[in-house]
Design a protein around this ligand. Sequence first.
Ligand SMILES: *Cc1c(COP(=O)(O)O)cnc(C)c1O
Length: 226
Amino acid sequence: MQFAEHYEEVCCRVAAACARSTRTPGDVRILPVSKKQVPEAIAAAADCGVEVFGESRVQEALQKIPLCSSRLEWHMIGHLQSNKVRPAVEIFRMIHSVDSLKLLQAINQACDDSGRSMPVLLQVNVSGERSKSGLAPEEVAQVLEAASELQRTEIMGLMTLPPFDEDPETTRPYFAALREMRDALRVSSGYPLEQLSMGMSHDFEVAIEEGATWIRLGTILFGKRK
Ligand SMILES: *Cc1c(COP(=O)(O)O)cnc(C)c1O
């Protein structure tokens, strides 16, 4: 467990990727993904100043969060089932993985019932892979339009999870496509859509070069998941 060293190295690589692409390092946020990590590992990360973590399963997060410092914040990055929406809006400060209008409406309703509001990202299945969840690219505009009726959810941007490939250059076109989609939707919908959640341990530098504002990093920071 050498989170501190891993984190320091990743921060340097983030800064270098920002410099290459003339981006401001403060515009790129690292979201350490703590799924399958024990509370001790999360505490070690918190000691390095990390305050926000990504989790992909509500059940796991519900068990783990009470064992961690109460000053930490949690983001949901995995597929959210409709029967888990209520607990999810209680524990998460942001949901990166809204993959249907129905889910967005359910989040809005749950927030309304508990007097909260929720920043969200729309997950887009850019590659069209059947195994991946996410909105089809052509559905996103309709969801944005319907979202204008929803008072409790705020769509901050887009997220994607491209097909895995060891070579990050293979993934670059998917990241570029998400950014281009965002740029077009920004004009057509009027939503600023400032956030782009894209890039993982093996391809985050390419994602930064293509405009990522949140990079979701698990194994590169925590080591292999059990
Ligand atoms: C697990 C996970 C990550 C982190 O993956 P690593 O390859 O370990 O960095 C990022 N995003 C999502 C949606 C995940 O489920």
